[in-house]
Design a protein around this ligand. Structure first.
Ligand SMILES: [Zn+2]
Length: 432
């Protein structure tokens, strides 16, 4: 069976968190597909469904590769090819997880199997951890693996997780693909907004109802601009870009600290750049009303915030309360999940970072490596107390618009891109 067939088969398991039997079947499939890995590496199952492999080299420090086996659900009707078919067609492997993140799981195992079959033994202990609930915040998977490693007193020198990739045409003026390596990660927290007051019959409405106050609150949150912070990875990102652009833009980008106040209006119009520079806030859920002729006496909305390093969830909580205080709206910490503060910047001068950059250059010679700020949340944040050098990079090359396939319809990876992923992990591990 070829590596393409194996990836294709792995997609067939509907590993949406909660479908536990699918995870057990996937475990069995991995055991059958990678016999040498399962013979030579130690495997511990954490919290029943996470897999933690140890490739022992008896060293004090180790490195840790992360990926997750769970996927987000897919609305089958919208897809051209069924999302759990894993069909190989027109040079692509199709299906949910081909980009996020089963391809990483499978490529890591492919590379280790290949290295073992060649008799390779790393000089440094390598841990490989696959969680099962990254898409639902990672508290049962990654969090528990991190606790286990902590209890075992495992010392980790560096961690590699998903969280950025190689993107061509990331900025319209830059021709070369940018290999974005996330050095820091934004925090995340959701807060509930609760407006209460008199309800009643809609035939004789009183003004300033809970719905009307909530509408004002949502409008205020949407137009609110949090303070801009130029964090280290973003400053470095702009510096890298400056070397790849025509001279006038280049001058601005290179001296971003100085020019930011002048060009921030332009940056604000590009959502991805805006998100790299400030905390963002967005209302994602609104609950109110039961009948068209009844004014509801309670409205609850959820605001999801993504927090820039240099701020905390507590800062954002206070800010929201202040922003809405005259609207008689309560802001409460959402109890469905915990808040997660930003993860600070990792060191760019480590041995692992240079191995990582070197490997990227070998496998993707046209690309330029640049530091980056990971905007979404990754499993790696659960490991921040174990290791301060966390790098977020999946070796997948894609065009800017292909990023919409992640969590979207028709998710797919080209067979060439997948082969490069395996080559990447193979070469990276060979340097260990
Ligand atoms: Zn993912």
């Amino acid at each position: 069976m070829s590596h393409l067939k194996r990836l294709s088969d792995s997609i067939k398991f509907r590993t949406v968190s909660g479908n536990w039997d699918q995870f057990l079947k996937l475990h069995k499939f991995l055991e059958d597909s990678f016999p040498i890995v399962h013979q030579k590496l130690e495997l511990v199952k954490i919290n029943d469904y996470s897999l933690l492999y140890k490739w022992n080299a008896d060293t004090k420090e180790s490195i840790l590769l992360l990926a997750h086996m769970d996927v987000v659900p897919a609305n089958e009707d919208e897809w051209d090819i069924p999302p759990f078919s894993g069909e190989i067609r027109d040079g692509f492997i199709w299906g949910r997880g081909t980009l996020d993140d089963k391809s990483c799981v499978m490529a890591i195992l492919e590379s280790v199997e290949r290295l073992l079959s060649e008799g390779f033994q790393p000089k440094q202990t390598v841990y490989i951890a696959f969680g099962f609930d990254e898409e639902t915040k990672g508290y049962l998977g990654a969090r528990k693996i991190a606790e286990y490693l902590f209890k075992q007193n495992v010392k980790i020198e560096a961690i590699l997780d998903e969280g950025a990739a190689i993107i061509s045409r990331f900025l319209p003026q830059i021709d070369v693909p940018l290999a974005l390596v996330g050095l820091a990660e934004k925090g995340l927290a959701s807060f509930d907004l609760i407006a209460q007051g008199d309800g009643g019959h809609s035939s004789s409405p009183k003004r300033n109802s809970p719905v009307e106050r909530m509408a004002k609150a949502i409008e205020r949150i949407s137009s609110y601009k949090n303070e801009i912070h130029l964090t280290r990875p973003v400053e470095e990102f702009f510096k890298t870009c400056s070397g790849l652009m025509p001279s006038t833009s280049s001058f601005f980008l290179k001296n971003m600290k100085f020019f930011l106040p002048l060009i921030k209006k332009r940056i604000e119009t590009v959502p991805s750049l805006n998100a790299m520079l400030r905390t963002t806030m967005c209302v994602t859920i609104v609950h109110a009303g039961m009948a068209d002729n009844v004014i509801p006496d309670k409205v609850v909305a959820t605001v999801n915030t993504r927090i820039i390093p240099q701020e905390t969830a507590e800062d954002v909580f206070k800010r929201l309360k202040e922003l809405l205080k005259d609207l008689q709206i309560d802001v409460v910490k959402n109890d469905r999940w915990e808040v997660s503060d930003p993860v600070p910047c990792s060191d760019m001068k480590t041995e692992f970072f240079s191995k990582l950059s070197q490997t990227i250059n070998e496998v993707f010679p046209d690309s330029v490596v640049t530091p980056f700020l990971t905007i979404g949340g990754t499993d790696s944040r659960h490991y921040k107390h174990l290791c301060s050098n966390i790098y977020r990079f999946a070796p997948i090359i894609m065009k800017g618009e292909e990023m919409n396939l992640i969590h979207g319809k028709n998710e797919r990876i080209s067979t060439q891109a997948y082969e490069k992923m395996i080559d990447f992990y193979y070469r990276l591990l060979k340097k260990e």
